[in-house]
Ligand binder design. Structure first.
Ligand code: FNR
Length: 350
């Protein structure tokens, strides 16, 4: 209904210019040090970044994670970023399709196939909306935009901070199991900035999930976004929890160790450059994911601005592989690296 669309626009405004990345939060990627190779013996052009995902072959291991849809403004964001993903061979996700589930007239703002005919495309719906929609309803959302796969997002932290949000989180695994049976390799389960830890990851994989985006702490905080919208006691609780979550580096390394190597892992949440992409790939991610930086670049500089930002990221990622002497992500993973400080503590506990 109207309120879903209006809330989404308020979210976009806050994400475009608000303080949605609390400075005290960290991915802990500053505690990962890749090791320099003075004699790389390879050319930047021969670094192989191709990555399989959702039955397609990406030219670089990068996913623009789901952000938006439902309004005209959101439609422009989707089309610009999907076009970029198509042009550079990345994967792209639309934001929550709840608005189009409530009002089919909003479908156009999620439709990107005319500008991104071959992009690896993910639909998106929240776990608790999926309970209401059922497997067939979720499949209709995916089909309506010609998606290659469906992202199911988890956001308990955000819901609890949102005055109108959910308070009852029972029955989630049952829905995941049904969706995993229906979608198979085409289902991805993601967090939204608070992280998925190894215990939850293991259980999701047992239920048939084959793609996970850990989306950890250190970037966009949805608790903070809701805190900024809330008033009174709700805002105070939000302030207390705006640093809640599993840092992205801790989430990706611990989940990689907990699940089979065939499970495709995306690491998002606070990844802000190509070197950080290389770090999460070294820790075991198959793809790095990014939302806020590309959204902001698009808001400030349109398609050209977003493309410039993306080129910097891709150049730095390639450079990190050259400077570690790695011809591929598989080689990068085999290189030694230093893990220091708080990240070591997290990994000892997880
Ligand atoms: C998001 N994110 C998100 N995730 C999701 O699954 N469905 C959604 O509708 C949205 N909406 C959304 C809007 C905007 C403007 C942003 C910035 C983000 C979460 C996103 O996919 C990602 O998990 C987190 O934002 C962490 O990544 P970054 O932003 O720190 O790179």
């Amino acid at each position: 209904d109207e309120t879903t669309a209006r809330r989404k626009d308020a979210h976009l405004d806050l994400c475009a210019t608000g303080d949605v990345e609390p400075a005290q939060n960290s991915t802990l990627l500053e505690h990962v040090h890749l090791i320099h190779c003075a004699m790389p013996e390879l050319a930047a052009d021969e670094v192989d970044l191709t990555t399989p995902f959702l039955g397609k072959s990406l030219r670089a291991p990068l996913l623009v994670t789901g952000m938006t849809g439902g309004t005209e403004r959101a439609g422009v964001v989707n089309r610009d970023l999907a076009l970029l993903a198509e042009r550079h061979g990345l994967a792209f996700g639309v934001g929550s399709q709840r608005a189009m589930a409530e009002d089919a007239a909003r479908t156009a703002s999620y439709a990107v196939r005319d500008v991104a005919p071959t992009v690896a495309l993910l639909g998106n719906i929240g776990l608790y909306q999926a309970i209401g929609l059922g497997v067939d309803g979720v499949r209709r959302l995916s089909d309506a935009i010609g998606a290659d796969g469906m992202a199911l997002h988890l956001n308990a932290g955000q819901e609890l901070t949102q005055p109108e949000g959910d308070r009852d989180f029972r029955g989630g695994y049952r829905v995941v199991e049904a969706l995993a049976r229906a979608f198979g390799e085409r289902l991805l389960v993601k967090e939204t900035g608070c992280g998925i830890g190894p215990d939850v990851a293991r259980r999701l994989v047992e239920l048939g999930v084959r793609n996970l985006d850990v989306s950890g702490l250190g970037g966009t905080s949805w608790v903070r976004v809701e805190q900024l919208r809330a008033v009174g006691p709700q805002a105070q609780v939000g302030a207390e929890f705006s640093g809640w979550g599993i840092p992205t580096a801790a989430a990706i390394a611990s989940v990689r160790a907990a699940v089979a190597p065939e499970v495709r892992l995306v690491a998002s949440g606070g990844i802000r450059g190509g070197l950080e992409c290389a770090k999460v790939l070294a820790l075991g991610a198959d793809l790095a994911g990014m939302a806020l930086p590309l959204f902001r670049a698009q808001q400030q500089g349109g398609l050209a601005g977003a493309e410039e930002a993306l080129k910097v990221i891709l150049t730095a990622l390639r450079q990190a592989l050259v400077l570690t002497g790695s011809r591929s992500v598989a080689e990068l993973r085999r290189r030694p690296r230093v893990v220091s400080g708080a990240l070591k503590d997290w990994l000892a506990a997880l």
